[in-house]
Design a binder for this molecule. Structure first.
Ligand SMILES: [Zn+2]
Length: 461
């Protein structure tokens, strides 16, 4: 890539930019703008987690973007150099001047991974998703969040950009060395997806064009297979634990959408909001509704039905609203006679529902058995848009997925004392209480075989 300007401050020099841009444009056959504009930000020392999650905010003020093509102009990539002894303590968030935020990387690097060295996050991410990479993540990655969310807001995206680094676990500290933003021409935005504004692009089936566009929740096994960690009984921090990722995708005809009702309760008693704890120390619950979209006479309508609850989750790195009882984990033991018995079952886990990623065309991450899900076989791909964890609207769009990495709070089971090595089945169920309507209620369970190797040696019991 050609960078027309490199500087050390955070401001672009208009004169040199104009001059070089003129030369670049003159040299190109169709006036196609291949130039980039770079802004460099200062780093600094990072605070460590001390009973509350620490957040350090780094800022770059962008004031001089004057692109010829305003429609297809935006952030191309962000690059960082960050030294930290255990990057899975860290959550990196990028916020655009309009306040739209994406996760660049959330707790990636496993138990021991160190540093981000010349790590870039871009729309193409030639090295794949950051959560699939390995420290020091040198190269060009897709972030954990959706890059195109940053295109929302005023054009061109002048104003203050923020890089927020949160440390979610104590002991290990670090320093942000430097970071850079690169702006330029971005791929034109896709507007031909099914949506309430584009009802003609939404289909149910040719035989039955009208009806409910229901979501269909499934677990994507590739994430869990790639992120499974077992800890021995004598481990300092996580004795006898297994940690694993869980990723829920929507492969249905419509979005999985929840909406806050504004009705908050401590037990049976109505309260004003979800901010202050109930008398028993728990946090108030909000009744939430599931919005179901219908196609009817060429229009998209909707109906809201009562579903579950959500609440303000205050665990480190969260501090936002979670839908209750979203996922359930169990570990099953296969006995000599081939039967299965439950070794341990976790409490049902709450999640923030949002699109942390989207299945790409023929995307191996989105394979279930022999089928890869994506725009090629999901007729209403792209329907819905869920980008934050607030108390109002949350959801997973068609073709989107919501991933919780192995180092997140709650992504674990604690094995009972005396658990022996051997063959086990990890069973993950989404919507275990069946509170949400889907087109297929029978494909919500992921079962994956694992061999425990760090527990008690196998013996006859
Ligand atoms: Zn959360």
């Amino acid at each position: 890539m050609l960078h027309a300007w490199k500087g050390t401050g955070s401001r672009l020099k208009p004169l040199s930019f104009t001059l070089i841009m003129t030369l670049v444009l003159a040299a190109l056959p169709w006036g196609h703008s291949l130039y980039g504009q770079q802004y460099n930000g200062r780093g600094g020392r990072l605070q460590d987690f001390v009973s509350v999650a620490a957040a350090d905010t780094f800022r770059i003020m962008v004031t001089d973007l004057k692109p010829a093509d305003q429609v297809n102009f935006g952030l191309i990539k962000i690059c960082i150099n960050l030294h930290h002894g255990r990057t899975s303590d860290l959550k990196l968030t990028l916020v655009n001047p309009a306040g739209q935020a994406i996760w660049l990387s959330n707790r990636n690097g496993g138990e021991t991974g160190r540093n981000y060295t010349e790590t870039c996050f871009s729309r193409q991410g030639f090295f794949g998703y950051i959560h699939e990479g390995e420290n020091p993540f040198n190269g060009d990655y897709l972030p954990d969040g959706r890059f195109d969310v940053l295109d929302e807001g005023p054009q061109p995206p002048n104003g203050e950009w923020q890089l927020i680094v949160q440390d979610l676990r104590e002991e290990v500290t670090g320093i942000l060395g430097s970071w850079n933003l690169y702006f330029g021409t971005i791929p034109s935005r896709t507007t031909d997806w099914c949506s309430t504004q584009e009802p003609d692009r939404c289909t149910l089936s040719e035989a039955q064009p009208d009806g409910a566009l229901l979501p269909d929740l499934v677990m994507l096994p590739s994430f869990t297979r790639a992120q499974f960690i077992e800890y021995p009984p004598d481990h300092n921090t996580f004795p006898r634990q297994i940690k694993f990722a869980a990723t829920i995708a929507n492969i249905g005809f419509g979005p999985m959408e929840t909406r806050g009702s504004g009705r908050w309760y401590c037990g049976e008693q109505a309260v004003a909001n979800g901010a202050s704890p109930c008398a028993d120390g728990t946090l108030p619950r909000q009744e939430i509704l599931q919005r179901i979209y219908y196609k009817q006479n060429g229009m998209i309508n909707h109906r809201d039905t009562a579903a579950g609850t959500n609440y303000l989750d205050l665990k480190p790195g969260h501090n936002h609203f979670h839908v209750d009882d979203w996922v359930e984990y169990k570990l099953l033991r296969v006995t000599h006679s081939g039967e299965e018995e439950v070794v341990c079952a976790g409490e049902k886990v709450s999640y923030c529902l949002f699109d942390s990623g989207a299945c790409q065309e023929n995307d191996p991450l989105c394979a279930i058995g022999q089928v890869q899900y994506g725009p090629q076989n999901l007729p209403n791909y792209g329907f819905g848009r869920y980008v934050n964890c607030r108390d109002g609207i949350q959801g997973i769009s068609v073709g989107g997925y919501d991933t919780y990495g192995s180092m997140y709070e709650g992504q674990s089971l604690t094995l009972p004392p005396g658990t022996v090595n051997g063959r086990y089945v990890l069973q993950i169920t989404v919507d275990p209480n069946n509170q949400y309507r889907e087109s297929d209620e029978d494909n919500n369970v992921l079962r994956m075989v694992f061999h425990l190797q760090k527990q008690q040696p196998t013996g006859e019991k």
